[in-house]
Design a binder for this molecule. Structure first.
Ligand SMILES: C[S@@+](CC[C@H](N)C(=O)[O-])C[C@H]1O[C@@H](n2cnc3c(N)ncnc32)[C@H](O)[C@@H]1O
Length: 514
């Protein structure tokens, strides 16, 4: 019971989330902290943790024991490429008259990230002396911050740093590397809890760029959303936010545009009344007549464009009457993309009948059911997404793209909408666009099998065996545990088993292990 309460307090005060497998470790930390702070009981320790003066100092001690301080210079170099090629030049241009630049490394650990940004900036703008530049690193843990201020690192911290950079921006002391003073003077560090609702502090920052990487993945959903909101406040209009590779804002915030360049993803603060920015969405193409391929044709590994396969599946379904619904019976809710759970709890209708019609492959009937829903359903992102899927089944791709655009206008981070757009782009012959949309869907939802399957098929058609093997292998693993309603919605009329068979056949054809 005490440890449960301790866990809840850690989430509330510092954002950290621990599952049941960590309870033993938490119990151990709790016992040691009680001893170290000379408290007499669990209760008195937990009560004191609730008092704000104690919680700051104790948070630092707890951070030392309970957080992951792992970091290194130029971690995820794709972020630094986007920073150098696009983000910093844009911000420097925008700030040219005031000559002032503000950057935040939130959850900076021992400072490698903040110094990497400073180095990148120096390389881009050798003449920075007339500029007022400040890079602020904040972290809760004073031990890592001490190391950050010392700016002395081992070769391990520089494992992703080129020799050229090592020589240019560090000098060696024994076996260590010390950061050059011209870089150090641009960076300062502060002890601070990210879970602080000090709105004044965040708004005073006016940052051009915020890095908050590999921090929020350890947070509860609620605290993650609150911190992202603070980071939004910390950014100047149109400022940029970089998260870790395993972190996305899907189902967290609608306050940012998603950016995809340099083979990586990051975000840009949306202004008030700013529309969702996206790649060109509506493409004027006339769908070709349904291909003659059947399910068997896809399964035999002919690699027909996916849209044709879906289309022919729809045609096949229209002409054949088959038995009852597939074993993957749908759940009443639709996608896991629901942008705001609130919509599903307040609405007076649901999509069960539509999904039931889809489950028996009655796509025309499903569209009819959708049209019969009350007016408010016609704006709902779930309903719009289902309609987009149904439109792809009937070959109305321009309309399907328009529906996706409407979903994305409400929820720019809908993995499902990006995936359906990928299907439409593929059919329009825009393979780069299809790949881009599939990659976005995978980034937004790493457990989403269908865009991986498509990335694999596209790679195979392009002769990129390595990517094809990787994506199809992942797709096979994910398909086995994919949510049943998602298979129904996005599986193009195919069952989980048929899709798995396809994956395995493709893998075998490529010489991989199915
Ligand atoms: C894995 S490191 C990330 C370092 C760097 N951003 C990177 O990606 O390489 C996570 C850091 O977040 C800090 N952190 C965790 N919770 C925090 C909180 N509530 N407030 C401030 N810092 C926090 C930890 O102390 C740790 O140093």
């Amino acid at each position: 019971l005490h440890v449960e309460r301790f866990r809840a307090l850690l989430a509330q005060r510092y954002g950290w989330q621990y599952d049941d497998s960590k309870l033993e470790q938490l119990e151990d930390v709790l016992r040691r902290r009680i001893e170290a702070t000379t408290q007499t009981s669990y209760e008195s320790y937990v009560e004191r943790l609730l008092s704000s003066s104690f919680s700051v100092a104790e948070g630092q001690a707890l951070a030392e024991r309970l957080t992951v301080p792992e970091t290194y210079f130029f971690r995820n170099d794709d972020h630094f490429r986007a920073l150098a090629a696009l983000v910093l030049p844009e911000r420097l241009r925008l700030r040219a008259s005031e000559k002032r630049l503000r950057i935040l490394s939130a959850g900076c650990a021992s400072g490698e990230e903040a110094y990497s940004i400073a180095i990148q900036l120096r390389e881009l703008m050798p003449e920075l002396s007339s500029w007022d530049v400040s890079i602020l690193g904040i972290d809760l843990n004073p031990v890592v911050l001490k190391k950050a201020r010392e700016a002395r690192y081992s070769t391990w911290s520089l494992r992703a740093t080129s020799d050229e950079r090592k020589h240019r921006w560090f000098h060696s002391e024994g076996s260590d590397f010390v950061v050059d003073p011209t870089v150090r003077q641009m960076v300062r560090f502060e002890e601070r809890n990210l879970v602080s609702d000090d709105a004044h502090f965040w708004r005073s920052l006016g940052c051009d760029v915020v890095f908050c990487r590999n921090v929020l993945m350890y947070f509860t959903a609620e605290r993650m959303a609150a911190v992202v909101h603070s980071l939004h406040d910390a950014l100047a209009p149109d400022g940029y936010l970089f998260l870790g590779h395993a972190e996305t804002l899907r189902n967290v915030s609608q306050e940012f545009h998603l950016c995809h360049t340099h083979e990586t993803f990051y975000y840009q603060r949306r202004g008030p009344g700013d529309d969702v920015r996206s790649l060109p969405l509506v493409v004027r193409t006339t769908p070709t007549a349904a291909a003659v391929a059947t399910t068997d044709a896809i399964e035999s590994g002919t690699s027909a464009p996916w849209f044709d396969a879906i289309h022919s599946a729809s045609a096949r379904i229209a002409s054949l009457t088959r038995g009852g619904p597939p074993t993957d019976a749908p759940r009443p809710m639709t996608t896991s993309d629901t942008p705001a759970q609130a919509t599903s709890t307040t609405r007076q209708w649901d999509l069960a009948a539509v999904l039931e019609a889809m489950a028996v492959e009655n796509f025309a009937g499903a569209l009819e059911q959708l049209r019969a829903l009350p007016d408010d359903a016609h704006q709902d992102p779930d309903a719009l997404l289902v309609r987009a899927v149904l439109l792809t089944h009937s070959g109305q791709l321009v309309d399907a793209e328009e529906m996706c655009a409407r979903v994305l206008a409400q929820d720019a981070l809908s993995a499902g909408a990006h995936y359906v757009l990928a299907l439409c782009r593929e059919h329009a012959g825009d393979i780069a666009g299809a790949r881009e949309r599939n990659q976005t869907a995978v980034y937004l939802d790493a457990s989403f099998a269908m865009p991986r399957l498509h990335l694999g098929l596209l790679a195979r058609r392009a002769g990129d065996v390595v990517t094809a093997l990787r994506e199809l292998g992942q797709a096979a693993i994910l398909l086995a545990r994919e949510d049943a309603s998602r298979v129904l919605l996005f599986g193009g009329g195919f069952s989980r088993e048929a899709l798995l068979r396809l994956c395995k056949q493709e893998l075998r054809a490529l010489g991989g292990e199915p």
